[in-house]
Design a protein around this ligand. Structure first.
Ligand code: CMX
Length: 425
């Protein structure tokens, strides 16, 4: 039976051939031009990165290896990881083999727990996660083999080793952080027989009540956040660091630091906080009129409406739609969920009135936090960690693919403001 290494070995040959042909035929074609506004404006819309794991058309949202996310909502994180890496969904034998490959790599060394336990008690859970990943760098197969003089053609194999190890260990690390940081008692050891979702839920150790439903939510959560093309902050950071031949532990820790920002992955924490504050102010689920009032209060105080807007999307995020549907199915009358749904009826119409906002529609973070809250995961500073566990699938897969394609160091050119002044005159 093929292992993931055998499957990718064949794919890599095809992919490299494909790239040679593209460069031969069209290497000189212009893919994008950069205006002065784009250079000052965070390079928005500049097409200058190749990412094959997923794409995000602005009118559709996430498409993973040419399959729209909404057609993948019933998959497991393992299946999605296989898809991201290989471009194909696994058959029964392949997923069984791939899942075993992950299961045998779950063990987290004791020194990781020692470092986490030594951190300040009020450390942000994302700081703990990024530290744990960085501390694990000593395990990097890539770093060791690179020191031993590995051939460039084989870089991807060592990167895949690191990728599998990181993805396998992250649920245990993330769950351990939850228990340490929020005084939940002893760290619960990983069950080597469980899949990624089941084991993560098991190690979080939340109330047994509705465990199956929570398991189902976590599976959806880990699938929905897995990847979002190559230009977002965490992906670009990860790829840039990785392109210096820093190993995946260095680059993932860096990418996660970006994910920790309030305009990126931290928005789910901010969003739920905002919703709970609103509910506190109005006593329960506010009316549409009250929500309108809050939206303008927030905007007029110079703050963003968390969970709304997107740098790329111009429609409702399909990930938001997935969570909305989950809430409607499992807890339609929950007051927090009702507030989330009602905000969806109110916010876009109000944001449309603000000319500068390009996308008034909700992104994934507008709903995801409220789902976790419902099942008893109430510490919202932890939510970005769950996001990171999921995003590790895409970040690691992107790095493996880039190494397979022998991608060079990322090094765009910067110019000074003085240069631009002279250039435009
Ligand atoms: N509320 C208020 N103002 C908003 C807004 C929102 N939800 N979304 C955009 N704007 C503002 C921007 O801050 C910007 O204002 P300035 O020119 O004064 O700086 C202006 O509208 C134009 O922004 P844009 O081109 O529409 O959006 P950007 O690509 O610059 O930013 C994003 C995208 C996500 C950072 C922004 O929409 C935002 O801050 N949203 C709220 C935070 C959030 O939900 N982030 C999660 C994104 C998903 C993720 O990456 O995880």
């Amino acid at each position: 039976m093929s292992t993931i290494f055998d499957i990718l070995s064949k794919k890599v040959i095809e992919w490299r051939k494909d790239e040679s042909t593209i460069l031969e035929k069209g290497g000189a074609k212009v893919l994008s031009e950069v205006t002065v506004s784009q250079a000052f404006g965070g390079m928005r819309g500049v097409r200058s990165i190749i990412c094959d794991t997923s794409r995000v058309p602005q009118e559709q949202g996430l498409i993973i290896r040419e399959i729209p996310l909404k057609n993948l909502f019933d998959k497991t994180p393992e299946e999605i990881f296989f898809l991201l890496l290989t471009s194909e969904l696994p058959d029964a034998a392949q997923i069984s083999d791939f899942s075993s490959e992950i299961k045998k790599r779950k063990n987290v060394p004791q020194y990781v727990w020692d470092v986490l336990k030594a951190m300040p008690k009020d450390s942000h859970p994302m700081t703990m996660l990024n530290t744990a990943v960085l501390v694990l760098q000593i395990e990097s197969v890539f770093a060791h083999q690179y020191d031993g003089g590995m051939r460039k053609e084989d870089y991807w194999k060592a990167t895949l080793e690191d990728a599998l190890n990181i993805v396998a260990k992250l649920p245990a690390i993330a769950a351990g952080i939850y228990r340490l940081r929020f005084n939940k008692g002893e760290i619960i050891p990983s069950d080597l027989h469980m899949d990624l979702t089941g084991d993560y839920v098991h190690m979080l150790g939340l109330d047994e009540n509705k465990k199956d439903e929570f398991n189902e939510l976590m599976r959806l959560y880990l699938v929905a956040h897995c990847d979002h093309e190559g230009g977002n902050v965490s992906a670009l950071t990860n790829l840039t660091i990785n392109s210096a031949l820093s190993d995946l532990y260095y680059s993932m820790s860096g990418g996660f630091n970006g994910l920790a920002g309030p305009l990126h992955g931290l928005a789910n924490q901010e969003c739920l906080k905002w919703i709970l504050d609103i509910m506190k102010k109005y006593g329960s689920t506010p009316t549409k009129e009250e929500l309108k009032e809050v939206v303008w209060e927030t905007l007029n105080s110079g703050k963003v409406i968390p969970g709304y807007g997107h740098a790329v999307l111009r429609v409702t995020d399909p990930r938001f739609e997935g969570f909305l549907q989950f809430g409607k199915t499992h807890f339609p009358d929950d007051p927090i969920f009702l507030t989330v749904s009602r905000l969806f009826e109110v916010v876009p119409e109000e944001l449309k009135k603000v000319e500068k906002i390009k996308n008034p529609w909700p992104n994934v973070d507008a709903a995801s936090g409220s789902m976790l809250y419902y099942y008893g995961l109430k510490e919202f500073s932890y939510y970005t960690v769950v996001f990171a566990v999921s995003r590790s699938l895409g970040l690691t897969a992107q790095a493996v693919v880039n190494r397979a394609m022998l991608s060079p160091i990322i090094r765009p050119k910067s110019v000074t403001t003085k240069f631009v002044k002279e250039f435009i005159s």
